[in-house]
Design a protein around this ligand. Structure first.
Ligand SMILES: [Zn+2]
Length: 571
């Protein structure tokens, strides 16, 4: 598994003149994705969350690794198969953090990208850097090709830094008066010629030393702005303070303001809830301070909280290392300890808050999806996830129900089975399970009339553990399971007996009606002996098990809904 970072390019479109490039639009990035958790709907979820009025139906998605050239390396991104190609690409290239770029292209676009792909190799002067990296944030396409339109006053080497190289920010205005008493932005700012395109601060992107609070950058709240400033200055190893701070604006200066002209001013855009950087003089004149006091425990907690969600047992030295790698700061172990306490409270707070919301959540589910069943009995957290699948006669699987229980026991199984049968009605159902202990008892005691089979794959796994593998025994056992008449079954069993008496004794002790095709009752008209679907579903939802309860259920619900929709389209 490798970590993937994905940059999403949206609201722009491809142009070819003469090289292929993506022009206009916005950019945001998501990082820290595990390559084995990368799915198509993961990508579209991010797009829907981040891009206003995003409409998946009207766009095509494309992907490319960030070292690629658009004309040569861009590929369609349509489904999970493409997502797997990306994961495989990242794994094959054995880099710790792999960066992909995803481009959203309006379907209505006049450019037939499909026909252009691969032809880029012949384009004279196809400039790799240019074609893949130049994202012009500018509303006025006619002017956008002139280099002089872009800010050029920053001639330091670090103008090529990672975080800002993707964006050339159009800004020709003079700096506004530093201490403007009007709490709102003057309206004239957005009038006039080349209207400045908005550059939204992306809080998902990791703050780096090279981050730039460009004038005009937008924040969704002052709190978000302050946090970003704080994180940034921790990286810069400077201490800053907020000198003017009300509901509409905030002014940040360096703590050594006698010798340093650092200044950021952020204020609310009139009649909106957006805050915009008005003044930015973000280079410190003062020197670095080591062991920055700013890296306080609460801040460290916000840095590690996501990691802690996936790894509640995160060790103190891992926390110290995490802060060191990401921010080049050494924090004392004591602070790591305090930070972990704070972060745990944040994580657990999330989790228990969701438990208290479960009743209203289930009420809402019943309201929006009549005909579905949602039953609730809240006991204690730390749930396990179980599910059942239905199979229709056309060999199509469809998820029937899933349940979250405190532990896999006879109690929880009988609770679930009772509710399930209540819901689907008493009929001659045939259940296939993977030999869970609790479930076997439930079937024997509570539901004697219900047919219950073992998944032969699981049965074999247990068989193999006891008697060892080897193709001979495996084929004989599978053969016995699949045999459609008694004599064929008897023949295979006899051979197993010759081969390994103990294995024979073990198998013969299991009622044949639970694992042998020849002994299945006639009425169920179902000759399935394996539940493969459960396995793949398991693998998918396994990734969600650690999430707070509503987050997890919502994810599964959406995943199933989208699966239905996709299958319906194909069918
Ligand atoms: Zn300073």
């Amino acid at each position: 598994m490798v970590k993937i970072k994905v940059r999403f390019y949206t609201k722009g479109s491809f142009v070819k003149d003469p090289t292929l490039r993506y022009e206009g639009g916005d950019l945001f990035a998501v990082q820290g994705i595990d390559s084995d958790k990368w799915f198509y709907f993961e990508a579209t979820d991010h797009l829907e969350e981040k891009v206003r009025n995003f409409d998946l139906a009207s766009i095509n998605l494309w992907w490319m690794h960030d070292d690629g050239t658009l004309a040569e390396d861009i590929k369609p991104f349509k489904d999970d198969r493409d997502a797997r190609k990306m994961s495989k690409f990242a794994i094959d290239n054995k880099v710790f953090v792999f960066v992909f770029e995803i481009y959203a292209e309006p379907k209505a676009s006049s450019l037939d990208l499909q026909s252009l792909i691969g032809k880029g190799k012949n384009v004279v002067g196809a400039d790799k850097g240019q074609s893949s990296k130049a994202l012009v944030v500018d509303d006025a396409p006619e002017e956008s090709s002139e280099e002089s339109d872009y800010e050029t006053d920053d001639s330091d080497e670090d103008s090529t830094d990672e975080s800002v190289k993707d964006v050339h920010f159009y800004d020709s205005e003079e700096e506004r008066a530093l201490d403007n008493d009007c709490p709102y932005e003057a309206e004239s700012e957005s009038d006039g010629g080349g209207r400045r395109n908005t550059l939204k601060f992306n809080h998902e992107e990791t703050m780096t030393e090279n981050f730039s609070f460009v004038k005009g950058m937008e924040f969704s709240s002052l709190q978000q702005f302050k946090e970003a400033v704080h994180k940034h200055n921790v990286l810069l190893m400077r201490d800053v303070k907020i000198v003017k701070n009300d509901a509409y604006r905030c002014r940040v200066v360096c703590k050594k303001k006698e010798e340093c002209n650092y200044l950021l001013l952020c204020s609310r855009v009139r009649t909106t809830t957006t805050f915009r950087v008005k003044t930015s003089k973000e280079k410190h004149d003062c020197g670095k301070r080591f062991n920055s006091k700013s890296a306080k425990a609460a801040w460290v907690a916000t840095v590690i909280v996501d990691k802690l969600k996936n790894n509640p047992k995160m060790k103190l030295n891992e926390i110290v290392a995490e802060v060191r790698t990401r921010f080049s700061i050494d924090i004392p172990t004591g602070r790591a300890f305090k930070a972990r306490q704070i972060a745990r409270r944040i994580v657990e707070g999330d989790a228990s808050k969701q438990y208290s919301l479960l009743w209203s959540y289930s009420a809402e589910l019943r309201r929006v999806s009549p005909g579905n069943t949602c039953k609730l009995e809240i006991d204690r957290p730390d749930p396990m996830l179980q599910h059942r699948f239905g199979r229709d006669p056309n060999d199509q699987y469809l998820p029937l129900a899933f349940v979250v229980v405190e532990t896999e026991s006879k109690d929880s199984w009988s609770w679930f089975m009772t509710l399930l049968l209540e819901d689907i009605g008493e009929r001659r159902w045939c259940f296939i399970s993977d030999q869970q202990k609790g479930l076997i008892n439930v079937f024997e005691e509570m539901l004697p009339g219900t047919e219950h089979r073992f998944c032969v794959r699981h049965l074999y796994a247990n068989f193999k553990k006891k008697f060892g593998g080897g193709t001979l025994l495996r084929d004989l056992m599978m053969g016995a399971a699949k045999a459609t008449y008694y004599e064929a079954w008897e023949d295979k069993m006899e051979q197993i007996k010759q081969e390994k008496k103990a294995a024979y004794d073990w198998l013969i002790a299991i009622p044949t009606k639970q694992w042998c095709k020849h002994a299945f009752p006639f009425y169920s008209r179902c000759d399935v002996i394996m539940n493969n679907l459960s396995e793949s579903f398991n693998a998918t939802i396994l990734l969600q098990r650690d999430k707070p309860i509503i987050t997890m259920i919502e994810w599964i619900r959406k995943y199933l809904m989208e699966r239905f929709a996709t299958l319906r389209e194909k069918g």
